[in-house]
Write a protein that binds this ligand. Structure first.
Ligand code: AHR
Length: 533
C-alpha cells in the first residue's frame, strides 16, 4: 500500500480528496537545505496602520494625558507587544484615508490643528492629533521602516513634494525649517513612499493609463534629499486585475521600485461577509481555499513583471492583505472592528508561507491592520477600559519571527487536498455553481536562519486528522529540535478581554530527531513552528 493514491471522503464538504499516504500513514517529507533559495525579506512581516476606526486613536495612540499607561502618548501595552513582534515596516496613514489626508493639518501645536471628517470610515471626526511627527517617532521607537502613502487622489504635487522635503531634508530648506520650528531638528529616514493608494477606486477612480501619467508627474517632484533615497511605490492592482499591473509595468516601469497588490480573504464586497467567530466547517475551509488562491494571483502578476522586468528590479508589495469579516455586533459602523479566531491564524500562516515562496519578487507585505481593524494583531477594549488582547494572528507572526531575513528552503510535503466551494454562503444565489478551489490539508515552509539554524513551520488545517510527518533534512546536520504549537479545542476559538489566553502558543514536545529525520506529530487544526539546530 505504500505511496498508493487513494480517494477519501471528507465529511464536512463531501468532496473528493486525493492523497498520497503510506501504509503506516506516516507522511514522508523532505526539507531541502541543499537547495537554498532567496533571502526572505523581513518586510514581508510588515504592518499597516490607518486612520480607520480605533486603529490609531485608542489603538496605537491615547495621548499623554490618558489614564491608560502610555509612553509619550503611545499606548504602552500595544507598543511593547509590537516591539516584541519585530515589526520591520509600518504603512501609514492609509488605505483610502491616505487620499483624503492633508499632512499639513497634522503638524504644529495640537490645539491649532484643523479637524476633518473621515469620509471613508464612518464619518468619524479626525482631530489630526496623530500626524507626521507622531508616526515617524513611533517608527523610530519601534526600529522599523516607515512606509508613507501619499495623497494623489485629492492632493497636489506641491503638497506631496513638500511632505517629502519636510520629512527628509536636512538642509536649510523651507520645509526643513518648518520641521525644526515644530521641534524636530534632524530629518527622519523615510525609505518607502507610496504614490497614491487604490488609484482604481477610493484613490481617484482612475484608469491604469491615467494613473501611470499621474505617477510620472508626481514622482518627478519627489526629491531624494542628502542621505535619503526613496523607494517609490506605484498604486497597484486589486486581486485579479492583471491588466492594471501590465499597464503600470509598461508605462511607469523602472521609475517605480515597487508596485502594490491588494488581496483580501473576503467573501464579497456587497452584503454580509460572514462572522469572524460564528462559522461552519464549510465556511472554515472556504477561507483557507480563498486565502491560498493568493498564490495563483501572485504567480500571474509576477509572470507579467518577469516578462517586463526580467532583472527583477521592481518589487511586488502585497501592502494590504488578510481576512475581512463582518464588523462585531455593537461596534461603530464603518470602523471595521472584527474578532480574530484560530481560523484567522491559519490564514496568516498559509499566506506567509506563500510570501516566503515568492520572496524573490514579493519584497513586502502589510497585513491589514495592526490594531483594532480587520485581521489585527492586537485588539483594545472599545469601551476604553484599557484592556488589550493579542490575537491568534499575533501569535503566528511572533512564532514566525525567525523567518525574517532567513534563506528560503523548498519543502516536499505530500498531502491530501480538499476541493472547497468558492461560495461562502451556501444559500446565496448561484452558490451551487460557484466552482471549487483546492485546499491542501498540510502546508510547510522552511528556511535557514541568520544564525545557521533551520526554522520549519507546519500547518495542519484538517479539522479532524492528526498527522505524523517524517522530515528528511537534505544538506543539513541536525542535533536538536524544539518548538511551539498554536491550536485550540475549536477552530472558532478566540481571545477576548475576559479570556485573553484561549488561543496561545505552547511548548511543543512531539518532534523527535533520529538519524537526521525530524519526526513530528502534528495535531489536527494546529500550527507548529520548529527550531532545528
Ligand atoms: O483596509 C481597509 C481598506 O481596504 C483600505 O483603506 C483600502 O485601501 C482597502 O480598500
Amino acid at each position: 500500500m505504500a505511496n498508493m493514491k487513494k480517494t477519501i471522503l471528507i465529511a464536512a464538504i463531501s468532496l473528493a480528496v486525493t492523497a498520497t499516504a503510506s501504509a503506516a500513514d506516516v507522511v514522508k517529507a523532505t526539507v531541502h537545505a541543499d537547495q537554498a533559495g532567496a533571502k526572505i525579506n523581513r518586510e514581508i512581516y510588515g504592518q499597516f496602520s490607518e486612520h480607520l476606526g480605533t486603529c490609531i486613536y485608542g489603538g496605537l495612540w491615547v495621548g499623554e494625558d490618558s489614564k491608560i499607561p502610555n509612553i509619550m502618548g503611545y499606548r504602552k501595552d500595544v507598543f511593547e507587544a509590537l516591539k516584541a513582534l519585530k515589526v520591520p515596516v509600518l504603512r501609514w496613514p492609509g488605505g483610502c484615508f491616505a487620499d483624503d489626508y492633508h499632512w499639513m493639518d497634522g503638524i504644529g501645536p495640537k490645539d491649532q490643528r484643523p479637524s476633518l471628517r473621515n469620509n471613508n470610515w464612518g464619518g468619524t471626526i479626525e482631530d489630526n492629533s496623530f500626524g507626521t511627527h507622531e508616526f515617524l517617532n513611533l517608527c523610530e521607537m519601534l526600529d522599523c521602516e516607515p512606509y508613507i502613502s501619499g495623497n494623489v487622489g485629492s492632493g497636489t504635487v506641491k503638497e506631496m513634494a513638500q511632505w517629502v522635503e519636510y520629512m527628509t531634508s536636512d538642509g536649510d530648506t523651507p520645509m526643513a525649517r518648518l520641521r525644526r520650528q515644530n521641534g524636530r531638528e534632524k530629518a527622519w529616514h523615510v525609505k518607502y513612499f507610496g504614490i497614491g493608494n487604490e488609484a482604481w477606486g477610493c484613490g481617484g477612480n482612475m484608469t491604469p493609463e491615467y494613473y501611470s501619467d499621474e505617477f510620472r508627474k508626481f514622482n518627478t517632484y519627489l526629491r531624494d534629499y542628502t542621505g535619503n533615497q526613496l523607494y517609490r511605490i506605484g498604486s497597484g492592482a486589486s486581486d485579479y486585475d492583471y491588466k492594471w499591473t501590465e499597464v503600470l509595468m509598461d508605462k511607469i516601469g523602472n521609475r517605480m521600485q515597487g508596485v502594490s497588490l491588494h488581496y483580501y480573504t473576503c467573501s464579497g464586497w456587497d452584503g454580509p461577509k460572514g462572522s469572524a467567530t460564528k462559522f461552519d466547517n464549510d465556511q472554515y475551509y472556504w477561507a483557507l481555499g480563498k486565502c491560498l488562491e493568493i498564490e495563483e494571483v501572485i504567480k500571474k502578476h509576477k509572470a507579467i513583471m518577469d516578462e517586463k522586468d526580467p532583472q527583477g528590479k521592481v518589487g511586488l508589495l502585497v501592502d494590504e492583505w488578510g481576512t475581512w469579516w463582518d464588523e462585531e455586533p455593537g461596534t461603530v459602523s464603518g470602523h471595521l472592528f472584527q474578532q480574530n479566531a484560530l481560523r484567522d491564524a491559519f490564514v496568516a500562516s498559509l499566506s506567509l508561507n506563500v510570501f516566503h515562496k515568492y520572496t524573490d519578487r514579493v519584497k513586502m507585505a502589510n497585513i491589514a491592520q495592526v490594531v483594532n481593524v480587520l485581521q489585527a494583531m492586537i485588539l483594545t477594549d472599545q469601551k476604553g477600559t484599557g484592556h488589550m488582547v493579542l490575537t491568534p494572528t499575533y501569535h503566528v507572526f511572533k512564532m514566525y519571527t525567525p523567518f525574517q531575513e532567513a534563506t528560503f528552503l523548498p519543502v516536499d510535503l505530500p498531502t491530501e487536498t480538499m476541493q472547497v466551494s468558492k461560495a461562502y454562503f451556501k444559500e446565496k444565489e448561484g452558490a451551487k455553481d460557484a466552482g471549487y478551489r483546492p485546499c491542501p490539508m498540510l502546508s510547510a515552509s522552511a528556511a535557514k536562519t541568520t544564525d545557521d539554524g533551520l526554522v520549519l513551520a507546519i500547518t495542519n488545517v484538517s479539522l479532524d486528522k492528526d498527522q505524523t510527518i517524517d522530515f528528511q533534512l537534505a544538506g543539513y546536520q541536525a542535533k536538536t529540535v524544539s518548538g511551539e504549537i498554536l491550536t485550540s479545542k475549536k477552530v472558532d476559538d478566540y481571545n477576548d478581554f475576559q479570556h485573553p489566553e484561549t488561543v496561545v502558543p505552547k511548548a511543543f514536545k512531539d518532534a523527535k530527531l533520529k538519524q537526521n529525520v525530524v519526526s513530528v506529530k502534528v495535531p489536527a487544526k494546529s500550527i507548529v513552528v520548529l527550531n532545528i539546530r
